[in-house]
Design a protein around this ligand. Structure first.
Ligand SMILES: NC(=O)c1ccc[n+]([C@@H]2O[C@H](COP(=O)([O-])OP(=O)(O)OC[C@H]3O[C@@H](n4cnc5c(N)ncnc54)[C@H](OP(=O)(O)O)[C@@H]3O)[C@@H](O)[C@H]2O)c1
Length: 336
């Protein structure tokens, strides 16, 4: 499957590496706007570089990294485009994908309606088959869908309450804050995340509230769940142990903060410290009759990477969900 990555930032650069690592995919090219070190590094990696438009082409040439063409040249020559442009730019790009008759995957910064289908591999891979467009949901929504879909299947979820502490900015977004505050983001309840989870799991009753904290690595969710079937901590842990793309860690072993999780990924020699799994603190899990509680960590830069690779297969191949997830996991070093 020939794949174009349109947008080569936080997500696009990770997706390019992940696609290049798949034996059933070919990275046909990446699209850049600005002439900067990231464009130079793409060329050094051997990735075919394309300019977003003629203005970018001129700027990239001036940098000494001649692009092979502009975005349209690349898009005309692939099976699928993964759009990793900033929020709402993807929606504007949709007309190009339609004009050139190409399949496309959008990211969570776009509205559900841009694609008409919101994707999380373990929830709805098979239903994505044959579609021209899908949207891989945001980092927070991906993590919530993995955990809630699994627990709903096991115990029946009556209601989920989630408090989301969001990282204020990605590591190189030096112009964003807060630096010395906790922002209510938004002040009103629910935050948009509840609605977004419902684009994948429409029946789920969920309320989310979100705050922004001065950190750049990872979000932390506090889950308060009401279950239809009374259960025990052991049973909840058992269900989580069988949930794909979920990493169980313990505070007793020294995982006291999100910083330890990133440190773990560094020690595991994960590319860019990436944690593709939703992370649950084993010793945070509490179950009391029909109530359950837990802490869930989300590495915002990484968690959607495996979902995008699976979405490419769902749209462009006959590979079944379990096999696609196995192949993706194997190449990214995800245990299950
Ligand atoms: N960052 C996260 O934590 C995160 C997590 C999950 C989902 N997402 C979603 O993923 C998407 C991308 O986010 P991101 O954080 O990767 O953004 P980003 O780091 O700002 O990268 C965006 C990329 O798109 C390029 N770009 C801008 N306008 C373009 C255009 N008109 N045509 C082609 N490329 C263009 C930029 O090019 P230049 O580099 O040349 O300027 C940049 O490489 C968004 O929908 C976002 O909501 C982000």
């Amino acid at each position: 499957v020939r794949v174009a990555i349109n947008g080569y930032g936080v997500i696009g650069r990770r997706l390019a590496d992940a696609v290049a690592a798949q034996t059933d995919m070919e990275l046909a090219g990446v699209v850049k706007v600005r002439a900067d070190y990231k464009a130079r590094l793409a060329v050094e990696k051997g990735y075919p570089l394309y300019a977003a438009d003629e203005k970018s082409r001129t700027a990239l040439k001036a940098l000494g990294v001649s692009p092979r063409g502009v975005a349209d040249d690349l898009i005309s020559d692939v099976d699928i485009v993964v759009d990793a442009c900033p929020d709402e730019v993807g929606a504007a790009n949709k007309a190009t994908y339609q004009r050139l008759g190409r399949r496309a995957i959008f990211q969570g910064g776009e509205e559900h309606d841009v694609a008409g289908f919101s994707f999380v591999a373990q929830c709805n891979y098979e239903a994505a088959r044959g579609r021209q467009f899908v949207r891989v949901v945001s980092c927070n929504t991906t993590a919530l869908c993995r955990v809630l879909h699994s627990l709903d299947g096991q115990f029946g979820l009556r209601r989920a309450g989630v408090v989301i502490a969001r990282r204020a900015a990605d590591p190189d977004e030096t112009g964003k804050g807060p630096i010395d505050a906790i922002s209510l983001d938004p002040v009103t309840i629910p935050s948009h995340h509840a609605h977004d989870v419902n684009t994948v799991l429409p029946q789920l009753k969920i309320v989310t509230m979100a705050i922004k904290v001065p950190t750049t690595h990872m979000h932390l969710h506090s889950l308060l769940l009401s279950l239809a079937t009374p259960t025990s901590e052991a049973a909840v842990l058992e269900a989580l142990e069988h949930t794909p793309r979920l990493l169980l860690i313990t505070g007793r072993e020294g995982f006291k903060s999100t910083a330890s999780v990133i440190d773990y990924a560094r020690e595991k020699k994960r590319s860019r410290n990436d944690v593709y799994e939703a992370v649950v603190w084993r010793d945070s899990v509490r179950a009391d009759d029909s109530e359950a509680y837990l802490f869930l960590g989300v590495h915002q830069e990484a968690i959607v990477v495996p979902e995008n690779v699976d979405a490419i297969r769902a749209l462009c191949s006959q590979v079944a969900a379990a096999e696609s997830m196995r192949l993706t996991n194997q190449t990214l070093g995800i245990a299950r």
